[in-house]
Write a protein that binds this ligand. Structure first.
Ligand code: IPM
Ligand code: MG
Length: 356
């Protein structure tokens, strides 16, 4: 198969981790007879440096005109002072929104080899962690009106958190369909005891749940969810929630499985085209030192093959390769533990590619 992939290396460790994911994808092409054409664009801080804004029209055009987008990470302290409209993060939100990627799938799975890396007690980890965070990605407080104004002699900042029925309905369908391929359990997370947007969320989720009688649907308040994730994470199968709650809970979910460096994500809309990125940031403190963990990005590439290209055997091969490399004791610094073999970012990429 021929596929065109728009590649956004981004900032900080972005170029290093994406290079390793491409190494693995190249190996997949070689082994399975595919051709992937990479069109690289600048987005994020590097685009601010080059063009004065984090996302140009031409770059966005390339995201809309391809089979899928692979992204490393954007942002860093260097661009903290720039206007909010051109911030590195604005590029990411702009691409998600322009591509209509409302569903963000973030699998948090404990690799048994990394059980030691989890900050949770062994008896909690022993019960296993395997959940899918389904985060609404282009609504809520991130996309409502933002304004900072002067009211009654002081500065007041507003961030409007809005959800419409259709926005909740479509992500709810994603969650129930995802659950059908897993353990058929959905926990819908909201703050319906306080927020109107959450009360609507809950009502619409219940309506959609009625169409999936085979899936068990439970509501959970977001504060309780944050607690349950550390107390009893094995209870979760699919978790569906709005944008901001999902941003926070997905970082928490990744950490309990050992390292944020391991967690992949897929952002999808109505079609097959998606954007794939690790959930972590650009880690400026370790950038350029060949220290980063490329596995989150490599597993994101595997999700691209699975969800956008329907290359199931190829995606399985990448995941099996990561498993095998971990089994052999290779670890980047973030997941290192006693007795294991410490490797660099590029060594980890090569090791995974060799196992394909
Ligand atoms: C993520 C990130 C982004 C988000 C930032 C960089 C805008 O934290 O993908 O989780 O909040 O969506
Ligand atoms: Mg985040």
């Amino acid at each position: 198969m021929n596929k065109t992939i728009t590649v956004i290396k981004g900032d900080g460790i972005g170029p290093e981790i994406v290079t390793e994911a491409l190494k693995v994808l190249d190996k997949v092409c070689e082994k399975y007879g595919h051709t992937f054409t990479y069109q690289e664009i600048l987005a994020g801080g590097c685009a601010i440096d080059a063009y004065g804004r984090s996302l140009t029209e031409e770059a966005l055009e390339k995201c809309l005109d391809c089979d899928s987008v692979l992204l490393g990470a954007v942002g860093g302290p260097k661009w903290d002072g720039v206007a909010k409209e051109i911030r590195p993060e604005a590029a990411l939100l702009g691409i998600r929104s322009a591509m209509g990627l409302y569903a963000n799938l973030r699998p948090a799975r404990l690799f048994p080899q990394l059980a030691d890396a989890s900050p949770l007690k062994p008896e909690i980890v022993a019960k296993g962690i395997d959940l899918m965070m389904v985060r609404e990605l282009i609504g809520g407080a991130y996309f409502g009106e933002h304004k900072t104004v002067e009211e009654n002699g002081e500065i007041v900042a507003h961030d409007d958190m809005t959800y419409s029925e259709h926005e909740v309905r479509r992500i709810a369908h994603t969650a129930f369909q995802t659950a059908r391929k897993r353990d058929s359990r959905v926990i819908s997370v909201d703050k319906a005891n306080v927020l109107d947007s959450s009360r609507l969320w809950r009502k619409v989720v219940h309506e959609v749940a009625a169409e999936y009688p085979d899936v068990i649907c439970t509501d959970m308040l977001v504060d309780n969810t944050a607690m349950q994730l550390v107390k009893n994470p094995s209870q979760f199968d699919v978790v569906v929630t709005e944008n901001l709650f999902g941003d926070i809970l997905s970082d928490e979910s990744s950490m309990i499985t050992g390292s944020i460096g391991m967690m992949a994500s897929a952002s999808l809309g109505d079609g097959t085209r998606g954007m794939y990125e690790p959930i972590h940031g650009s880690a400026p403190d370790i950038a350029g030192q060949n220290l980063a963990n490329p596995i989150g990005t490599i597993l994101s590439a595997a999700m691209m093959l699975r969800y956008s290209f329907d290359m199931i055997a190829e995606a399985d091969a990448i995941e099996a390769a990561v498993n095998a490399v971990l089994d052999e004791g290779y670890r980047t610094g973030d997941i290192m533990s006693e007795g294991m073999k410490k490797v660099s970012c590029s060594e980890m990429g090569t090791l995974v590619a060799e196992k394909i």
